[in-house]
Design a protein. Structure first.
Length: 279
């Protein structure tokens, strides 16, 4: 049995879902809380997803776009399905798992951007659906009709020029992605990278997932470079990639502090223990 309740405030959305066990009267409540500090007026914005996954390709890409395009944060998201800890900082403060939304207003006729950044995905299936659904609610209110997710596609061996793949909401959008130089992704795309495209299709939105070959969980700047170059073809981003390695190092520092970075040797030994949201 599953009941849903939504409470809406002017600058915050709180969705709570009591979950009942068939063998117990105990109730578990999961909460996704979104604090919106600004409601920007945007021109036909495109949502670009950038949460951690294999190779942290999307995470590096999102951080780099935020820095290079001077993106402005307008929403913070916390969820009961994020990791249950905080990390202390050198100054004595604490940093918790969080997601954020940023916007970029572009000059000229180009579409504006909404960048979904964070240091975690949700750890449960319910949490992933709730998180993705609430973000789509917000961006649709801002006029978003097109979404892009980014991910790494784990390979034991990767060429200097990695393979590039795509999965799309519809045939027309799939052709756009293929014309950019991707191959059709055959199989499963787990986590937000796949779920976002699936839920977007159910909402009559368009979009595609871009996946790049990568060795694994270590931040992969090279794979990110190819992902962003591909994205530039589709969205005409004109982003300087000369400082991408610095974005990869910063991503490593942030995620390492949360215990999300494991070296390749550990990955091969503990592959069966990977978090499900790793793509």
């Amino acid at each position: 049995m599953l009941g849903l309740a939504f409470v809406v405030y002017h600058h915050a959305y709180i969705a709570s879902s009591p979950c009942y066990s068939a063998n117990s009267k105990e109730e578990q409540v999961l909460v996704c809380s979104i604090n919106i500090t600004e409601r920007p007026t945007l021109n036909d914005p495109v949502l670009i997803e950038g949460l951690p996954g294999i190779g942290f390709v999307a995470n590096i890409a999102a951080l780099h776009l935020i820095r290079e395009l001077n993106a402005k944060r307008f929403a913070e998201i916390v969820s009961g399905s994020f990791q249950d800890f905080a990390v202390t900082t050198e100054g004595g403060g604490a940093r918790s798992p969080i997601n954020e939304l940023y916007f970029v207003k572009r000059e000229g006729p180009g579409r504006d951007l909404i960048i979904w950044y964070g240091n975690t995905q949700a750890l449960t299936t319910f949490g992933q659906y709730e998180l993705c659904g609430k973000v789509l609610d917000i961006v649709q209110e801002l006029g978003c009709r097109f979404v892009v997710s980014i991910g790494g596609f784990k390979k034991d061996q990767v060429q200097t020029v990695p393979g590039l793949y795509s999965a799309a909401t519809d045939l027309e959008t799939s052709k756009e992605a293929l014309d950019m130089g991707t191959k059709i992704m055959v199989g499963h795309v787990f986590g937000i990278a796949g779920l976002l495209i699936g839920l977007a299709r159910l909402r009559n939105l368009k979009g595609y997932a871009l996946l790049v070959d990568t060795l694994g969980m270590y931040p992969d700047a090279n794979a990110t470079r190819y992902a962003l170059s591909l994205l530039d073809k589709g969205l005409n981003l004109k982003v300087d990639l000369s400082r991408l390695d610095a974005s990869a190092e910063e991503t490593k520092r942030i995620l390492d502090s949360l215990g999300l970075i494991r070296n390749l040797a550990e990955e091969k030994k503990k592959e069966e223990q990977q978090m499900r949201w790793f793509i």
